[in-house]
Structures are given as C-alpha cells and as structure tokens.
Design a protein around this ligand. Structure first.
Ligand SMILES: *[C@@H]1O[C@H](CO)[C@@H](O)[C@H](O)[C@H]1NC(C)=O
Ligand SMILES: *[C@@H]1O[C@H](CO)[C@@H](O)[C@H](O)[C@H]1NC(C)=O
Ligand SMILES: *[C@@H]1O[C@H](CO)[C@@H](O)[C@H](O)[C@H]1NC(C)=O
Ligand SMILES: [Cu+2]
Length: 160
C-alpha cells in the first residue's frame, strides 16, 4: 500500500515533469524595437535557443511592414513570394512547429534588401526536461516524457 507521502511525492514529481515539458517561450522579435528597419536580427537571434513549441511574436506597424515566412533561396534574394499571403496583423504569433532553419522577411518596399528586415533562426527539438531526480533516462523524447508524466499524475490522483 502506498503511503500518502509516497502519493504526494509522485504527484510532485509528475507536476515538475509536466511543467518542464510544457514550458514554451514567446520571443518578441527585436524585443522593444519590434519588427523594424535597421535592426540587426542576426545579432538578436545569435544568443537565443529556439525550440519546437516556442513562438515568435512579430510586432510592427501594419501599414508599413509585414512578415513572410520564406525558404532559404527567397531569403537570400530578399524575394517576397507572390503566391502566399504575408502575416499582416501587426502583432503576429508564429508557432515554431518543426526543427530546422526558418526564414522570415518583410515584403514591403526594399525593407529586406536595404533595411535589414530579415530574420534567420535555427529551431531545435522541444525543450528537454531538466535531468530528473528519479533516474529516468535523459534521452526520453519530450512527447513520451509528457505522456509518462501525465499518466503518473493521473494514476497518483485516482488510484493511491
Ligand atoms: C549584424 O550582427 C552580426 C553578428 O554580430 C554581424 O556579423 C553583422 O555584420 C551585423 N550586420 C550588420 C548589417 O551590421
Ligand atoms: C523556395 O520557394 C519558391 C517559391 O515558393 C520556390 O519556387 C522554390 O523552389 C523554393 N526553393 C527551395 C530551395 O525550396
Ligand atoms: C510570381 O513570381 C514568379 C517568380 O518568383 C514569376 O515567375 C511570376 O510571373 C510571378 N507571378 C505574378 C502573377 O506576378
Ligand atoms: Cu518592413
């Protein structure tokens, strides 16, 4: 029979696991400068560690700017696609759903080519849980750690 302290411990461990797996970050592109001309977005992205599940937040004057998600070829030539609609709300949330390089440009006027309105980031796998104290393997993919944590939490609440 599990004691109530074992039950509490299990719930606590599960909650910590759930929290660490679910935590995701919103990055306001350009911080307080937002998405604007003559800001060095290469520099901005340099010290950031983007993960699947995080979001980019583009804040800008929607009369003056927009945001196209493009591929590397269009990024390098600063070409806005003419077959896709840009983000244009002035306050766009873009979820980082897959790993790899992501490219964003402003499609207005010459903002990409002459005014540095271009952003390249690298997105890594979902943020790993911190080393667990329970001795669970460190390399568990986060989705399975999520289900394990959720199952533990539910089991602890329902059955102990
Ligand atoms: C932006 O910052 C990067 C990294 O610090 C630097 O290499 C690059 O020259 C800068 N770009 C401009 C246009 O200043
Ligand atoms: C980049 O996107 C353009 C427009 O959608 C497409 O024509 C081109 O083939 C793409 N390039 C790569 C390398 O995927
Ligand atoms: C769209 O862009 C492609 C090149 O990227 C060009 O060949 C095509 O003519 C353009 N279409 C329109 C409607 O402007
Ligand atoms: Cu712009």
């Amino acid at each position: 029979m599990a004691s109530s302290s074992a039950r509490l411990a299990l719930i606590a461990v599960s909650m910590v696991l759930l929290w660490s797996v679910c935590i995701a970050t919103d990055y306001v592109v350009g911080d307080d400068k937002g998405w604007s001309p003559y800001f060095n977005y290469t520099q901005w992205a340099h010290d950031k560690d983007f993960h699947v599940g995080d979001r980019l937040v583009f804040k800008y004057d929607k009369q003056k700017h927009n945001v196209f998600k493009v591929n590397g070829t269009l990024f390098n030539s600063c070409t806005a696609p003419n077959d896709t609609e840009p983000f244009s709300s002035g306050h766009d949330f873009i979820s980082l759903e897959t790993e790899g390089r992501k490219w964003y440009i402003c499609g207005k006027s010459d903002h990409c080519v002459n005014r540095q309105m271009k952003l390249l980031i690298y997105v890594g796998s979902a943020a790993p849980a911190p080393a667990p104290t329970s001795g669970a393997p460190h390399s568990l993919p986060s989705s399975s750690s999520f289900y394990i944590a959720a199952t533990l939490a539910i089991a602890a609440i329902l059955f102990f």
